[in-house]
Structures are given as structure tokens and as C-alpha cells.
Design a binder for this molecule. Structure first.
Ligand SMILES: NC(=O)c1ccc[n+]([C@@H]2O[C@H](COP(=O)([O-])OP(=O)(O)OC[C@H]3O[C@@H](n4cnc5c(N)ncnc54)[C@H](OP(=O)(O)O)[C@@H]3O)[C@@H](O)[C@H]2O)c1
Length: 230
């Protein structure tokens, strides 16, 4: 690893954007610490990318699991240079009054509480160094709305407000950014766009643009709602 290698913590690396970003960050020479719930995919990533990279089975909605993951991560390395809250769920398209209570709770638990769980356990070490960037994945649906996706929109609008307030709490030298990744042909997109998802870029093509864009974020971006260039 070169002296310029960044330590990058990213949630939701078992597929989609998170997995593609993990691959691209590693290709660019950085150290990736990733998590997801799917054991098989996480084990395969650890086999493909051994130490100093690290992949753990963690449910971000579970504060105790995140605490243990952060403790182990921070015991073995310095604080992350980059912390990316990518993991999220989307609801099955339906009018809000037809969304089951459990489905609504699960989306809040992962998209909002999960993001805060990760911030709670990783950010103190970053604040102690007064260095580092936190990227919270938002969405086009964090800045606009469409019918049948009210639960998801609520969480992504929440991410925008949460991140902008959180940005105001950070010491000089750090940044927190709500990031709309654009539209990418992933499992999540296919569940809401169906067949037309295929007209959008695949995650590995998107990551070639998104990874360098994220790596360039710094204190000057603190609190700015940004979008990965198309
Ligand atoms: N795709 C798009 O066009 C698009 C557009 C706007 C915003 N976004 C945002 O971009 C991010 C990535 O989306 P995507 O399209 O790549 O989604 P995806 O294909 O559904 O992948 C989501 C990832 O999050 C992980 N995850 C879900 N719940 C988790 C939990 N409780 N704990 C840990 N990991 C969890 C999943 O892994 P496991 O199931 O293994 O846990 C998976 O690796 C999300 O924040 C999404 O809202 C995507």
C-alpha cells in the first residue's frame, strides 16, 4: 500500500453501488473496510481481497453489531479517511396507506438509523483527528418525489437534512456530504424501474466516475448536497 492509500469504510458492499465502489477503491490502491448482511458475498470479498482489506457481516440497523465492527476496525488501524453510508433499502412500490408497518420500519431502521449507527461508532475517532469525510448516500428521491415511494423518499429527504445539520457540528478540516449517486442499474433500481433499469449504467461503469469524484471531496464540500456527475 502506498503512503497515500486512504482507509475507506463503506456499508452495503455485497452488491450494487457499494460493491462496485469497493472494487474501484481497491483498484486505485486504497484500503477498504466493508460490510453487508449477505454472508456468502462478504466471505467471497474477503477471500478475493485479503488484509489489509476487511469485509464483515454486519447489519447496520443493529447498533450493537455496528459498535463491535467499529471497535474491531479501529483497534487495528487508524480512523477512516472516508466513511461512506451506502447501505439502504427501498419499499415495494405502493400508496403509503398500503405499506405494511414492518416494511416501513425496516426502511427507517436501515436508511436512517443505520446511517446514524455508523456515524455514532466511527465518527468520534475521525473527530479526534479532525480529519476525514463522511458521505451519506441520498437519492434523486432525496430532492424530489414520486408516488408509491413515500417511505424511501422520507428517508432520503431525511438523509439530506440530517447530513446538513451534522456537517455544522464537525470541526474545521472535516466534511459531511449528502450524495445523490445518480441512476444506476442495480437490484434496487430494477425493483422500482423494472426493465427500463437496463438503460442506466451498470455499477462498475458508474464506479469509474463515482470513486474519483468521492475521493476528491474535502472540507470545502462540507454540508453541500452533491450529485455524482453522469
Ligand atoms: N441504484 C440507483 O439508481 C440509486 C439511485 C439513488 C440512490 N441510490 C442509493 O445508492 C445506495 C446503493 O444502492 P444500490 O442501488 O446499490 O442498492 P442495492 O443494489 O439494493 O444494494 C444495497 C446494498 O446495501 C446492503 N444493505 C441493505 N441493508 C443492509 C443492512 N441492514 N446492513 C448492511 N448492509 C445492508 C445490501 O447488502 P445485504 O443485502 O447483503 O445486506 C447491498 O449490498 C443506496 O443508498 C441507495 O438508496 C441508488
Amino acid at each position: 500500500m502506498s503512503a497515500t492509500a486512504k482507509i475507506i469504510v463503506i456499508t452495503g458492499v455485497s452488491r450494487g453501488c457499494g460493491r462496485a465502489l469497493a472494487h474501484e477503491f481497491i483498484r486505485l490502491g486504497h484500503i477498504v473496510i466493508g460490510c453487508g448482511r449477505s454472508e456468502k458475498e462478504i466471505r467471497a470479498l474477503q477471500k478475493q481481497f485479503p488484509l489489509p482489506h476487511s469485509f464483515s457481516v454486519v447489519n447496520v440497523a443493529d447498533d450493537a453489531q455496528v459498535a463491535a465492527w467499529a471497535k474491531e476496525t479501529l483497534a487495528n488501524r487508524s480512523a477512516p479517511d472516508l466513511l461512506i453510508n451506502n447501505a439502504a433499502l427501498i419499499n415495494r412500490g405502493a400508496p403509503l396507506w398500503k405499506v405494511p408497518a414492518q416494511e416501513f420500519s425496516d426502511i427507517i431502521d436501515v436508511n436512517l438509523k443505520g446511517t446514524v449507527n455508523v456515524i455514532r461508532h466511527f465518527v468520534p475517532a475521525m473527530v479526534a483527528r479532525k480529519r476525514g469525510v463522511i458521505v451519506n448516500f441520498s437519492s434523486g428521491w432525496g430532492r424530489s418525489t414520486d408516488p408509491e415511494f413515500a417511505p424511501y423518499c422520507a428517508t432520503k429527504w431525511g438523509i439530506e437534512g440530517l447530513t446538513q445539520a451534522f456537517a455544522q457540528e464537525l470541526p474545521a478540516g472535516m466534511a459531511a456530504v449528502p450524495l445523490n449517486p445518480g441512476i444506476i442499474n442495480t437490484d434496487m433500481l430494477r425493483t422500482c424501474f423494472g426493465g427500463s433499469a437496463s438503460s442506466h449504467p451498470l455499477p462498475h461503469d458508474w464506479a469509474k466516475i463515482a470513486a474519483p469524484f468521492i475521493l476528491k471531496l474535502g472540507p470545502g464540500d462540507n454540508g453541500s448536497p452533491l450529485t455524482v456527475p453522469a
